[in-house]
Design a protein around this ligand. Structure first.
Ligand SMILES: O=P(O)(O)OC[C@H]1O[C@H](OP(=O)(O)OP(=O)(O)O)[C@H](O)[C@@H]1O
Ligand SMILES: O=c1cc[nH]c(=O)[nH]1
Ligand SMILES: [Mg+2]
Length: 206
């Protein structure tokens, strides 16, 4: 429960291109953009609506606006590539960056950037991070957001390992997880297999 893995043909088509070792950073970033838009479309299907009156060229009618204040929480670095495509669709969203990296030896997350304001000023937090591997980074991000006072949190990722999904669901069963794919496993170095390699390196050419 609370786990949504997209089965949309466009997502599967683009995900295959994203994974391919031949996809260079420019192509990779473009595919991250496209898949992120499909994911946020699916992840916002239950957003509350606020009705209001609009005028068409012919008459007045009741229109609808998204009725929730949405916060985007990209996890640096790799989550950066998901911000622009998502905020293009949700232009009033606030963006609060969190800097986390995985220690290469312990695979545990290290927080290096957090400038959340004193009080949460949003109703729904969408965490943006392409990879959910051991789940350490996602759990740390949700811990930070809950300590801040965030009420509703969703995680949007491109690819996850079963180990990461289980860790996040065990620690935070209330957090919905939206993915483009759930892969087979983690390898000994904590990389998702078959995965796509290092999502930060592939976006930024490092
Ligand atoms: O589920 P976990 O085992 O915590 O791994 C997932 C994390 O690893 C990657 O970040 P990374 O540490 O490579 O940092 P980067 O984005 O700066 O490259 C990824 O973007 C996640 O944040
Ligand atoms: O496979 C993985 C695991 C963690 N982070 C990545 O970028 N890729
Ligand atoms: Mg990385």
């Amino acid at each position: 429960m609370g786990l949504h893995v997209s089965s949309h043909p466009l997502v599967l088509h683009k995900l295959a291109l994203l994974r391919r070792v031949e996809s260079e950073p420019k192509k990779f970033r473009e595919l991250v953009r496209e898949i992120s838009q499909f994911l946020v479309y699916e992840a916002t299907a239950d957003m509350p609506l606020a009705p209001y009156t609009i005028q068409t060229p012919l008459s007045t009618m009741q229109g609808h606006a998204i009725g929730a204040r949405i916060g985007l929480i990209p996890i640096l670095r790799a989550g950066l590539g998901m911000v622009e495509p998502v905020i293009d669709l949700l232009p009033t969203a606030h963006v609060w960056h969190l800097g986390l990296y995985r220690d290469h030896n312990t695979l545990e997350p290290v927080t290096y950037y957090n400038k959340l304001p004193a009080q949460p000023d949003i109703d729904v937090c969408l965490i943006l991070d392409p990879m959910l591997a051991t789940g350490g980074s996602a759990v740390a991000a949700v811990d930070i957001l809950k300590a801040w006072g965030a009420a509703k949190i969703k995680f949007l990722g491109l690819i996850a390992a079963p180990e990461g999904v289980e860790r996040l669901q065990t620690a935070h069963p209330d957090v919905e997880i939206h993915l483009a794919a759930l892969d087979e496993r983690l390898n000994e170095q904590g990389y998702i297999v078959p995965g796509l390699g290092d999502a930060g390196d592939r976006q930024f050419g490092t």
